[in-house]
Write a protein that binds this ligand. Structure first.
Ligand code: 13P
Length: 341
């Protein structure tokens, strides 16, 4: 894989009006989502749910890539087609989550460091043979009294950089995801301060490790008020602060920034992205949402094959609305289309 090929894959992932579907929930995470609505967390239900998402008619118009969990990249649709090939048929590139989760940081039990570097070179090679074109690694930074520590930010930045370089060496485009959580009562100032410090540390580490910025994507949180903060910042302020933070920290050589939704409601995540795309930026600003694309689709599917079409319409329209938001062309009126579907 040449440098040029990595760059063109990264650019294709953020082609005009396209974003990424994050469907790489680990088994414990998807179990939590299933439990909430009473779906049995069996392997076959996970397979059937992901098949429902990936075979949504027309999804490839708005979605360039889908991030899968290890189990999913090896599963087959009900007609025997590997799910990764069902995606490719729609023009959607398969990607893979390669971290093995956020674990307590030694000496700092309230903080985590993401693991998964051991044996990663071999796993990247195997996933490439299975057809993956890109990978994801999520670092988690929690805001609280006296945290995050510089140690936590530094350890996570270092791991992200080692992961990113290994992926590029093995021909996969790394999605670098340092997520500052929105949980907590902190205000938007504090979120901006921590996100800025985190992104500075991440790009320092990426530079130290020789990661090629043209062949990666950044997947950050938006700069937003903590969930329990009494005064919630509005859409305009979130957009303005997020763009300011990115302009201060993210080199223009990075082709795209694909946001996580992090627990925002699906419509709020779309509105924020849309507001940011009212202006022009050195990088594409797009989405790599999990919950904000899937929440309604999962609720409508509810474990029953009979609900396939209704679930697929929910995903299709949310993808369409976020695609419009990538161009600053989303309006609240568009939600009518989904309500009518
Ligand atoms: P959310 O959009 O639900 O935050 O998920 C995105 C993701 O991939 C988290 O790692």
């Amino acid at each position: 894989m040449t440098t040029k090929q990595l760059g063109s894959t990264a650019q294709a992932m953020v082609a005009d009006g396209k974003g990424i579907l994050a469907a790489d929930e680990s088994t414990p995470t998807i179990t939590k989502r299933f439990d909430k609505i009473g779906i049995e967390p069996t392997e076959d239900n996970r397979r059937a749910y992901r098949e429902t998402l990936f075979t949504t008619p027309g999804l490839g118009e708005f979605i360039s890539g889908a991030i899968l969990f290890d189990e999913t990249i090896r599963q087959e649709a009900s007609d025997g087609t590997p799910l990764r090939d069902a995606l490719k048929r729609q023009g959607i590139m398969p990607g893979i989550k390669v971290d093995t989760g956020a674990k307590p940081l030694a000496g700092a039990p309230e903080e985590t460091v993401t693991e998964g570097l051991d044996g990663l070179r071999g796993r990247v090679a195997e996933y490439g043979e299975l057809g993956a074109r890109f990978a994801k690694w999520r670092a988690v930074i929690r805001i609280g009294a006296g945290i995050p520590s510089a140690t936590c930010i530094g350890a996570n930045a270092h791991a992200l950089a080692r992961y990113a370089r290994l992926c590029q060496e093995g021909g996969l485009v790394p999605i670098v995801e340092p997520e500052v959580l929105m949980d907590g009562a902190h205000d938007i100032d504090r979120c901006e301060e921590v996100t800025t410090a985190t992104l500075h540390a991440v790009f320092d580490a990426l530079s130290d490790h020789g990661v090629m910025l043209e062949g990666m994507l950044l997947k950050p949180n938006m700069v937003i008020s903590g969930t329990d903060c009494p005064g919630q910042a509005g859409v305009g302020e979130v957009a303005e602060r997020t763009v300011r933070c990115l302009r201060r920290t993210v080199p223009a050589a990075v082709p795209g920034v694909v946001f996580l939704s992090g627990g925002q409601s699906d419509t709020t995540a779309t509105e924020h992205l849309n507001a940011m795309n009212a202006g022009t930026h050195p990088w594409k600003l797009s989405f790599s949402y999990g919950r904000a694309l899937q929440d309604l689709a999962l609720k409508r599917w509810n474990g029953a094959a009979d609900n396939t079409e209704s679930a697929q319409q929910a995903l299709f329209f949310r993808a369409k609305f976020n695609s419009a938001a990538c161009k600053g062309a989303y309006t609240g009126d568009m939600e009518q289309e989904l309500r009518a579907a």
